[in-house]
Structures are given as C-alpha cells and as structure tokens.
Design a protein around this ligand. Structure first.
Ligand code: KG4
Ligand code: ZN
Length: 340
C-alpha cells in the first residue's frame, strides 16, 4: 500500500500533526497559539505549555481525518531542531513515547530541510523542482539561499548575517505599533499603499549574504523624525509605509537571489518558509519567470508557514534510507548543516 508517516512539528508556536502516504498528504492539522499576540512576540515558556495542551488533540484530529488508527503508522517523524528548546522538547518527547509504545521507528527532521522538501509534496497541478535548484528560505528565524543537490544534500550559498527577513517584517510592524506577527499585516496593508512613496536604504553586504538589522534602525529613525512634526504620521501613512517597507525587503531578497542564479547558472528557483506567503515576493518571483526565464516553485499557502506536512515528507525521504534515530536523541536549538 505504501509507507504511512506521522509528522510532528513543535519548533516554535504552532503545534502541528500531519499524515503522509508516500508523498501524498492525508491530513495536516495546525493549532496556532494566539496567546503570544498580547506580548508582541513568542514567549518560549507559554509556547511550550500550549504545545503540551495541543499535541494530543492535534494528532487525534489528523488520525481521524485520515481515517487511520495508531497501529497503521509505519514511523513517526518530528522536528528535532532548530527552534525553541522548550517547544522542541514537547514534540520530541511525544514522538519518542509514541515510537516506543507502537514499536515503530522514530525519525528526526531538520526544520529548514523540511521547508525545502515541502516542494516534493504531491499536489494536483504542482510540479516539483529537478536537481539542482536554488531555494530561498525566508522565515521568522532564517534567511538562507540553498543550492539543493538531492533530497539529502543542501548547500548554503548565502545567509543573513543578522536578522531574518520575517524578523525584519515583524520588527518593522512592531515599530509601527502593529500586532505580532506583523508580516501578514504588512502584506495586507501594502495592497492599499504606494510602494514608491518612501525609500529605505539597502544594506551593502558582500557576496550572497543578507543583512536586515540596518533596515529596522532606519525605519525607527525615519518614523521618530516624522512623528516629531506630525504625531499622527504613522496612522496617516500606514498603507504607504507598509508598501514601501515590503518593497524594500522584497527587493533586497530578490537582488541576492538574482545574483545567486547568475553565479551558479541555475534557473530553477524555489522559495520556502513563512515569508514565502508574501504576495509581493511571489509576484517578484513570477516576474523573474517572465523576464529571466526562471522556472519558479512557490509552495501552496498551507505549506509556507510552519506545518507538519513538510516534516512528514522530510521523514519519508529519511525512511527510504532507513535513517532512524535512537531513543537517546535530544533536540537542538541552532541550525547546523552537520545535524539532519
Ligand atoms: O516559517 P514560519 O512559519 O516560522 C518560522 O520558522 O520562523 O515563518 C514565520 C514568519 C513570521 O516572521 C511572519 O511574520 C512571516 O513568516 N510571514 C509573512 C507573511 N506570512 C508570514 N511575512 C510577510 N508576508 C506574509 N504574508
Ligand atoms: Zn519555519
């Protein structure tokens, strides 16, 4: 019949469980934690506690939706890192216990690899990239350009030296007084605004690396100066500010991606991670398809932000190689290309 894998994602503030049959998703449930909105960012201790409350109901939903029982699962795959330690521990402990109780293999998944491998989820009308391809990972914690050589081989050719692109969106939104996470709101308000109204400087970073911390500071100073003469400046220009900030971040991302394509000669270009839900980034990529003959791969919305479907597919590829973990495995917080 095929291989059935239960995927578990608890690296940050989303508790998610998914079930995959080979490369086809049978269920993908996400429980978002709204509690962090009150604090303007993810509170690790609260996230960990909420994962403990959510994990069993989310897995039960996934099993019910897929019309499967626990004993139908061939292996359990879970995010072992990078992420928040307290959050990762919940998914890791659950998965180890589930694996032991059901006597099935447990598989560790690197969250970033999973964002990339989400491109191999079988979906009607969606084509997967061929190797090698470039993948821009843009999330709340990561911004990297990968050269993807196989389902198991990923080389970082560019990365941020400070903030991630999602962080740039969220911090800019916070400065404007918008709630967390600000990225989706900036995207929404940008649709009503003029992206050429204000301009912010681009960082000068060598090679294919990125930097976003300077942008945050220039937005802060720009708003502070304007508020001095007009206390309602932000409210009056909310839409144009959002559109201009969004354009700056997308232009920075696209310039280096363009450079990466020129340098490697690779024209198959994918994006992944939460910020790949951004409408301006999607549009900019599609423009490259027209102008530079790129073949572009953009994941469906539900596989952009954190989800367990991507963990399940990454687990499936490791299952094929019988790359299983032991019960003594511990989660890790930082990205390392040595740990997969
Ligand atoms: O991949 P993800 O769900 O979690 C991490 O692993 O970080 O990414 C979350 C990030 C947040 O910074 C959020 O603001 C951003 O993705 N994001 C967006 C959009 N949707 C989510 N940023 C810009 N535009 C969006 N539409
Ligand atoms: Zn992520």
């Amino acid at each position: 019949m095929g291989t059935i894998i239960l995927g578990i994602e608890t690296s940050c503030d989303d508790t998610s469980a998914a079930i995959i049959l080979n490369c086809k998703i049978l269920a993908n449930f996400i429980s978002n934690q709204t509690i962090h909105k009150e604090y303007g960012g993810v509170v690790p201790e609260l996230a960990s506690r909420a994962h403990q409350q959510n994990i069993i109901p989310v897995v039960k939903h996934a099993l019910d939706h897929a019309k499967l029982r626990k004993k139908d699962i061939d292996a359990i795959a879970f995010t072992a890192g990078p992420g928040l330690l307290g959050s990762l521990l919940v998914g890791t402990s659950f998965s180890k216990a589930f694996g032991m109780a059901m006597d099935i293999p447990i598989i560790t998944v690197n969250h970033i690899d999973a964002h990339i491998l989400a491109h191999f989820i079988e979906k009607d009308g969606c084509k997967s990239p061929n190797f090698p391809f470039l993948c821009l990972i843009v999330s709340g914690g990561h911004t990297q350009i990968f050269k993807v050589k196989s389902h198991y081989s990923f080389e970082i050719i560019g990365k941020t030296i400070d903030d991630a692109a999602g962080e740039a969106f969220d911090k800019a939104a916070k400065i404007m007084g918008l709630p967390y996470p600000g990225g989706p709101l900036i995207d929404k308000y940008s649709k009503e605004g003029d992206s050429k109204k204000f301009s912010f400087p681009h960082p000068k970073v060598p090679g294919l690396d990125y930097s976003f911390s300077g942008l945050k500071t220039s937005i802060l100073y720009f708003l502070r100066d304007n508020i001095k003469s007009d206390p309602d400046f932000i409210e009056k220009h909310k839409y144009d500010l959002c559109a201009s900030i969004q354009k700056t971040i997308v232009d920075i991302l696209m310039n280096k991606l363009h450079q990466a394509s020129e340098q490697t000669g690779i024209k198959q270009v994918a994006i992944a991670g939460g910020v790949s839900a951004n409408s301006a980034l999607r549009k900019a990529l599609l423009k490259k398809k027209e102008e530079n003959n790129w073949e572009v791969f953009i994941p469906p919305f539900e596989y952009c932000t954190d989800n367990a479907a991507m963990i399940a597919i990454a687990g499936y590829f490791k299952y094929l190689k019988k790359d299983f973990a032991n019960q003594d495995i511990s989660p890790y917080t930082r990205y390392s290309d040595k740990i997969r």
